[in-house]
Design a protein around this ligand. Structure first.
Ligand code: 2BA
Length: 107
């Protein structure tokens, strides 16, 4: 058995969590904070059999893929007026650790 720790954005975690649950993985969601940005993110804990790890990683990747989104920039002064221009930002992505589980007990 192995334990997956998957850190992702708060926006992606509900979709990842429900996709995993639909495929019969057991999931625990933790509200976490990145040490560098000090912004909230989500860590999912998934304990599962060794042969189900690759599929779980696929599902996580499918719903938290790093992608580009176009958002309005903060307004700047241009052609005699303040205007907001769309800018491309990178969102999503997941950091995944897979750890061997020595013992798994449910009491
Ligand atoms: P990512 O590398 O995609 O990491 C996203 C979040 O995943 C991190 O949030 C942290 O919560 C977790 N994480 C990543 N690698 C980890 C590890 N080896 N151990 C434990 N947790 C880990 P933040 O710490 O807020 O970092 C946000 C983003 O800032 C990172 O995105 C990376 O692009 C950048 N970053 C992080 N530390 C950096 C540093 N020392 N110098 C420059 N950039 C850094």
């Amino acid at each position: 058995m192995k334990l997956i720790l998957a850190i992702m954005s708060n926006d992606d975690s509900p979709a990842v969590s429900s996709a995993l649950t639909k495929e019969n993985y057991q999931v625990t969601r933790l509200a976490t904070t990145g040490g560098f940005l000090r912004a909230g993110n989500t860590t999912l804990i998934v304990g599962t059999d060794d042969d189900k790890i690759e599929r779980a990683i696929e599902v996580i990747g499918e719903y938290s893929r790093r992608r580009t989104e176009v958002v309005p920039s903060t307004a700047s002064y241009d052609i005699g007026r303040y205007a907001s221009f769309p800018v491309e930002v990178q969102v999503g992505g997941a950091t995944i650790f897979v750890i061997d589980v020595e013992k798994f007990i449910k009491l």
